[in-house]
Design a protein around this ligand. Structure first.
Ligand code: OXD
Ligand code: MN
Length: 601
């Protein structure tokens, strides 16, 4: 079976970096007693360790080495075909009461789930090596930074965690030897990669995660969705900050004035592309830099929101990435990258649908089968991924390691909507902005298993990631707003609106700079807008559309509000709130009433 590989025996000096913290040592012993691995490998994140694990992974067919000239120091991993995306139906929040997990999460009583998982984990690592990965989420000197330990029996997880987190000594040092220090306990085992024995479980009150039966990134890199978002959001509420599914970008004018923006979009809706945007020629002198492409941790500093990216790398969707759509992502993944489920060409290069140039005449597809352009199957899985260190990004923001974070001027919510939602509009105030986030909807993508293309409500793009009751989460947002003396302005965008012919009205990608520029103008109090029932809307002349190859009538359509569609949308908001069963704060119910009333004026 792919991914599952027998134990390895490291030479002296590799795999023996035991931390001093007794609580960690005791926990590792407990897990080892249960799972019975052949040996324990204590990771230190060093180059030497990495080289050793890569060599072992190549020998055990966990990785395939790519052509050194074409993609230096890069590798391909193929996951089990039954295991290619996040599994929301098997993801659980195991709080003491069902109410704490709320109406949008799968819930299980913690003791019951612990018992079930322990039964599955009994002897699960026999014949395998158990790796212990120390890591931190956040810059080394940030107050927000969290320590985690992940136990895993997958080398692919270790190699990916080294890219995605700050791993090794930095975490051991940050934890220190206080046995009562706060740290996250993560246990992962592939078991036998059987979808019927696949569970991703969170125990927020214990700061613990157990993930079994999967080898796919979003389910097993426990730092990311599990710690930084699900457990993170729970801790954030308790500790008075925000853990969000948001990219963070910097945008600097030719005069050197800089703003930072955080933007929430559901999975596979272009967060990485937006975070690495290259402005069109007309915007010469404007620069966009990336702080993060997926997760923002934000705290209040001097009355403003200040954001850090807890991650150290990007785990992005590959198909569609090209020099046309995202040159900075292409440059980032040209070397030192771990690919999962893309196609392998005959000369050892990687290929995927949407890559520049003609498709290869022959390749090996993501399942390991022969592929030609005539094949019915896709060469790369639609959710194939790259994991690449953020240091590879040519437009990495210089303040990415700043512990205090970067000050956020604007928050953007956005979904994939063929209709109804204009290209951009601005909320009237904080609570209205929270309402925009809370009622956000998007067409589903391949990032999670299940049907693709169905509109679902995905509040703040956190539906699969909020680690507690969504009503309390909305309330937390409202409370944060009360503490901000200089709150960011809140916007809604939609790059995906279609015309009557079914074609996208907006070119997206670099041209999203035109929308970003209007957002910055609004922050600078210089941008024009008209008041509408749904918020402040730009008129076509408020957007800088110079050299844009889009007909004026399409721009009008993009910025239009169709009252009939909005009546449906309002009903959708009401149905969604009702489906949550009485947990929605009264402030948001009032926002809905006000929105409905504005349409009647
Ligand atoms: C991701 C996701 O991988 O949201 O970032 O699914
Ligand atoms: Mn994501």
């Amino acid at each position: 079976m792919r991914n599952i590989a027998p134990a390895i025996s490291p030479p002296a000096g590799i795999g023996d970096r035991k931390p001093a913290n007794q609580a960690v040592l005791d926990w590792v012993q407990d897990v080892a007693k249960l799972t019975q691995p052949t040996n324990i490998f204590w990771c230190d994140g060093s180059d030497r360790e990495n080289a050793f694990l890569i060599e072992q992974s190549l020998q055990q067919n966990v990785l395939i080495k790519l052509n050194e000239k074409k993609v230096p120091r890069s590798y391909l991993h193929r996951s089990n075909p039954n295991d290619v995306a996040r599994v929301e139906q098997f993801t659980f929040i195991c709080t003491p009461t069902k109410e704490e997990a709320g109406p949008t999460n799968n819930w299980s009583e913690p003791a019951e789930m612990y018992l079930k998982l322990q039964t599955m984990l009994k002897g699960a690592m026999r014949g395998r090596t158990m790796f212990v990965i120390p890591y931190i989420m956040g810059p080394a000197d940030s107050l927000l930074t969290k320590v985690g330990f992940e136990i895993t029996d997958s080398k692919y997880v270790v190699l990916s965690m080294r890219i995605m987190t700050r791993m090794g000594d930095v975490a051991i040092k940050r934890l220190g030897d206080d046995a009562n220090a706060e740290w996250n306990r993560g246990v992962h085992s592939l078991l036998d990669v059987d979808p019927t024995r696949r569970f991703i479980c969170h125990f927020p009150q214990d700061n613990a995660i157990i993930s079994v039966g999967s080898g796919y990134g979003g389910n097993v890199l426990l730092s990311k969705k599990c710690l930084a978002l699900r457990i993170g959001s729970y801790l954030a509420r308790k500790q008075g900050w925000l853990a969000e599914h948001m990219l963070i970008l910097g945008v600097e004018s030719p005069e050197g004035k800089k703003h930072y923006v955080a933007a929430a979009f559901p999975s596979a809706c272009g967060k990485t592309n937006f975070a690495m945007l290259i402005p069109p020629k007309h915007f010469a002198g404007w620069k966009v830099t990336t702080v993060g492409d997926d997760i923002a941790w934000m705290q209040i500093r001097d009355g403003r929101l200040s954001a850090v990216n807890p991650e150290n790398g990007y785990f992005g969707v590959v198909p569609g990435t090209s020099y046309k759509s995202n040159p900075n992502a292409m440059k980032s993944i040209e070397h030192d990258t771990l690919y999962t489920n893309v196609a392998l060409t005959d000369d050892g290069d990687v290929w995927w649908e949407g890559k520049d140039g003609a498709p290869p005449a022959h390749a090996i597809d993501w399942r390991g089968n022969d592929w030609t352009p005539d094949s019915k199957e896709k060469a790369a899985h639609p959710n194939s991924r790259f994991a690449t260190p953020m240091g590879n990004n040519p437009v990495l923001d210089p303040d990415v390691e700043k512990g205090e974070g970067v000050p956020i001027s604007a928050i953007i919510f956005g979904g994939r909507r063929s209709d109804t939602m204009p290209l951009v509009f601005q909320a009237f105030d904080w609570n209205h902005g929270v309402y925009l986030g809370a009622t956000m909807a998007s067409e589903t993508t391949a990032a999670a298993t299940g049907a693709v293309g169905q509109v679902r409500r995905d509040p703040m793009a956190m539906l699969p990631f909020c680690g507690y009751n969504i009503g309390d989460y909305f309330r937390h947002w409202i409370e944060i707003g009360k503490r901000l003396t200089n709150p960011p302005l809140i916007f809604n965008v939609n790059w995906f609106r279609k015309g009557g012919d079914g074609k996208f009205l907006w070119p997206g990608f670099g041209d999203n700079m035109r929308v970003l520029k209007w957002i910055i103008d609004r922050c600078e109090k210089s941008g024009g807008a008209v008041e509408s029932p749904i918020g402040w809307l730009p008129s076509p002349h408020d957007l800088d559309l110079a050299d844009l190859d889009v007909e004026h009538k399409c721009v009008v359509e993009l910025l239009g509000i169709d009252h009939e569609e909005w009546q449906k949308e309002l009903a959708g908001h009401q149905n969604f709130f009702e489906s949550l069963g009485g947990v929605v704060p009264k402030e948001l119910l009032k926002q809905r009433e006000q929105l409905a009333a504005r349409f009647k004026q």
